[in-house]
Write a protein that binds this ligand. Structure first.
Ligand SMILES: *Cc1c(COP(=O)(O)O)cnc(C)c1O
Length: 393
């Protein structure tokens, strides 16, 4: 079984490029060039240099002593929370802004829900001096005022999406419309391993620096490259894809994906795509998708904005369908408690997305000598108000 993408852009039965004809030239230009550009020595040099000097990589692989003692196993945390801007997302936006420059694009567009990807995109546009337009649902603009302010400070134009439910899906539609109208000078930076081929593969490759570093760091700390388990939360799936990437074909490494159960998988307020989803098409790719019997996309729910997405990337759909990955889902309540526990035991305030991955230790036991790596996708600063409301702090 092959777990990575094939030449046609499929992971098993999932992936592909289901796009309107008007978008074909844009996506095709990217498809024809992305591997060639990424293989150029000058591209790699600039990418690696920025990851080191600007993002602050390599991020530590930290042995969490007190958390390990509590759960009687060896837990390492991959500290993506220490990246510039506070999460893994910037690994991808750095990669894509360099790609855009190589393809002679001087205008960048992006969609954002909670605003995290918008901020990561606005950041790299400021860094490179490129025009940046971020589409965001009108409702999300109201809900996520601090991130809207950040994007504006970074020089981006935030355009409200006023159609439909005025949230992420509608912002994505606006971004696609913009790209159709600006096919020559504009690059669309997608924020996760979703969208039409080649986006899922390109984003996974940019994020794969995470598992490359884990291999090197574990070799030094444990004298082996492979842990027994790699665990990550999955919204669209980019931090997870990066953490799994170099272990996909190493069957000894257990891959565990944690989704948001929201208020409970069967409550109608959930984002547990693998449990609830059926094959469908979203944002140009065939994947698992939460939908009604007649194929309308279901509105997802999670306390965590980054996991509040009705699909997963096609790599994850394949990991689930093939059985290579173990998928579990965690409720708001269990995630919030696990986040608070990390604060108390290790002095690290995690993003609520990440707290979902940490909740694994309540439901699943690991052997005392097992090496378990959790990808700590982001820091909790952005979630402080949610923590305050939830715990009445
Ligand atoms: C956006 C985000 C996620 C979810 O996105 P993926 O593409 O699934 O990684 C997870 N954690 C943090 C901290 C995020 O900001």
């Amino acid at each position: 079984m092959k777990y990575n993408v094939n030449e046609k852009g499929y992971y098993g039965d999932f992936g592909g490029a289901y796009i309107p004809e008007m978008l074909y030239p844009n996506v095709e230009e990217l498809r024809q060039n992305y591997l060639k550009v990424m293989a150029e020595a000058s591209f790699q040099e600039e990418f690696q240099e920025l990851l080191k000097e600007y993002v602050g990589r390599p991020t530590p692989l930290y042995f969490a002593k007190r958390l390990s003692a509590k759960y009687n196993t060896k837990i390492y945390l991959k500290r993506e929370d220490l990246c510039h801007t506070g999460a893994h997302k910037v690994n991808n936006t750095i990669g894509q802004i360099l790609m855009a420059k190589r393809l002679d694009k001087n205008r960048i567009i992006a969609e954002t829900g909670a605003g995290q990807h918008g901020v990561a995109t606005a950041t790299v546009c400021a860094l490179m001096g490129l025009e940046c337009i971020v589409y965001m649902g009108e409702i999300d603009i109201k809900r996520q005022a601090p991130n809207v302010a950040r994007m504006k400070m970074l020089g981006a134009t935030v355009v409200p999406a006023t159609s439909g439910s005025k949230t992420l899906k509608d912002a994505t539609n606006e971004a696609i419309r913009d790209w159709i109208n600006n096919p020559t000078n504009t690059h669309y930076i997608i924020g996760s391993v979703v969208g039409p081929h080649p986006y899922p593969d390109m984003v996974a490759r940019f994020q794969s620096v995470i598992s490359q570093e884990i291999k090197n760091q574990l070799q030094k700390k444990e004298n082996r490259e492979a842990p027994d388990y790699v665990i990550a939360c999955v919204g669209g799936g980019s931090n997870a894809a990066g953490a799994y990437y170099h272990y996909l074909d190493t069957p000894e490494v257990g891959i565990i994906a944690v989704e948001a159960a929201g208020k409970g998988v069967q409550t109608g307020e959930s984002a547990a795509t693998s449990a609830l989803g059926k094959t469908g098409i979203i944002h140009g790719s065939k994947t698992l998708l939460m939908q009604t019997p007649d194929g309308q996309i279901t509105e997802p729910y999670s306390i965590s904005a980054g996991l509040d997405y009705p699909g997963v990337g096609p790599m994850h759909a394949h990991l689930y369908a093939s059985g290579r990955g173990e998928f579990i889902s965690v409720t708001d309540e269990d995630a919030m408690q696990a986040g608070l526990e990390l604060c108390k035991l290790e002095g690290i305030i995690p993003a609520i997305e990440t707290s979902h991955a940490l909740a694994i230790f309540k439901t699943r036991t690991f052997k005392p000598d097992a090496i378990v790596v959790v990808n700590l996708s982001g820091r909790g600063d952005k979630d402080l108000n949610t923590y305050i409301d939830y715990f009445k702090l």
